[in-house]
Design a protein around this ligand. Sequence first.
Ligand SMILES: *Cc1c(COP(=O)(O)O)cnc(C)c1O
Length: 379
Amino acid sequence: MNAPASEPIHSQRHGGLLTIDRGAIRRNWRRLANKVGNASTGAVVKANAYGLGIETVVPALLEEGCRHFFVAHLSEAIRTRKSAPNTEIFVLNGFLPETGPAYLTHQLSPVLGSQPEIDDWRHFTARNTSSPPATLHFDTGLNRLGLSPSSAPDISDAITNHTLGFTVSLVMTHLVEAEIEDSPVTRRQCDAFLDLRALFKQTRASLCNSSGIFNCAGQYYDLLRPGYALYGGHPLWSAKANPMEQVIRLEAPIIQVRGINAGEKLGYGGLYTATRPTKLATLSIGYADGLMRGAERRDDKAGGYVLIGGNLCPILGRLSMDLLIVDVTDAKPEAVQRGAMATIIGDELSIDAVGDSAGTIGYDVLVSLGNRFDRHVID
Ligand SMILES: *Cc1c(COP(=O)(O)O)cnc(C)c1O
């Protein structure tokens, strides 16, 4: 009898197997860090490190030398702090007054993006002298979060005259379409940020997300904020090969194989009609696992694929909560076995390709990854 530890990882399970290659995350971070010279490369670990796990990702990046982490929520910052003492952690979604004590306890930098946030932080820090330094976020085109650049001279004067009431250690802005090469929008934002930066000479500055690192070469300032590229996402939405290494592989077992005749319909709603005698495999994975329902293939709409034995097999009909029907007519018969694993994400099915075929983006694919997979981290 084999000990359980030597059995295949998925042998007793009945669902998807998500393999996270932490070595690839490390190499992706290092690749970016090497590219940006003297600037510091941070890491955006919001949304549970883009679905891959703060506790999985942060310690590995820390070992590589990452010392700056960006999150969206305060709760994510507190989780990140547990894995990353003695680092700077920035909370991108701004500051709410009642949360001050948590910023103090965990030494988190609030990213202030409006005058009320500045007022609230000033009010809080007036009573708490050991408050961490704040970050100022200026809006240069997204119209989402951020101070108006027209408010910058007054804030700059207040810093110089020591009347602002708190310390600022970083100024930042965020790009609208950094993934598009030679974008005039990006160029305008870069110019605007250069002007802003001139008002805050004593303060560090941060401009680039993943795509910005590739499309705003040389405008690295002091600190980079890559997220998607660390997790294997393609930072350039062009035909160019992805410079990043893929990080995840998602597999699920075939649990039934059957044949249908031309003209038969399949799946909820009968949205797909077989155009030929078709061999079907049913996989034990569905939208409850985070698969994108947009990957469904209907009579009038293309859809996504899975890989079985190296062959691309079309996803047919509506996705079920726990099941996926795929066309395996053209797959190698020996690969279409009950219990064999199909690749949902991996190899040519990159997160970008999977997102694209489902009418969404790879970011969405990542952050939607479900929490009932057998998660397996390799280094
Ligand atoms: C999410 C986010 C990033 C990271 O963007 P990627 O495209 O994932 O690299 C950087 N900065 C801000 C302000 C963000 O919200």
